[in-house]
Unconditional design. Sequence first.
Length: 245
Amino acid sequence: MNFKKAIAYVMINSVLKIWKRVLMKSEKKRCIMCGNEILKSYSARFCDFVKERMFKNKECDTELVYCPDCGLYYSSRRPNDNESEGYYKNYMEEEYISHRCKIEPTFNKFRQDYVTSGDAEKEFLSRIHNMKSMFKKYIDFDKIKSVLDYGGARGNYILKEFKNAQKFLYDVDVLEPTNDDTVKVSYEELGNHKFDFIQCCHVLEHVAYPMEIIKKLISLMKAGSYLFVEVPYENDLVLPPPSGN
Ligand SMILES: [Zn+2]
């Protein structure tokens, strides 16, 4: 490539980048959760592990978006199905962990410390305790005849207090339920049921368009059904305050 061609190449690329940004800005953006149009955006980039595993190291422009209406923070660049699958393939299995450790060397130590310190067990028991305390304010456990844990891995967060209920688990993962009284169902089989109680814990933050999941869950309910949704709270993650850049 001679000098003139190189200059032309750089100029065309710069114009394309500026045009892409103009297009991104002019798009009518709505909050992916509540649909609010008045949003705040902050400069952001994907961390190296996400960039490599989800986007195969492609350059991906993104922003951190904050919705003042519902309080959600999210990345403006939503992954497509292939990108999500790339990221979650073998999630937390040996291949995933060794890949992440290669890029984030402190990851495994953090994870091992968490497991060996007993914090994982403490967290499990504390969450079960909190769920029990909350549910019993609103629910008569004895009247619940069917329970679904949507995305519940092994279904071990289904409370034993639901003693009259048939218990179902749906998860994209291949893990089998911890408890013998829990039946794992496929996505197609979900449609054969209407559940009295559905729980969906720490799932929505892993999907590109959480409202699609909420709509699906509502389709599996009937009048008087209960839905419990649990997601991370931003103060736990020490995200930046909604001001500045
Ligand atoms: Zn919102």
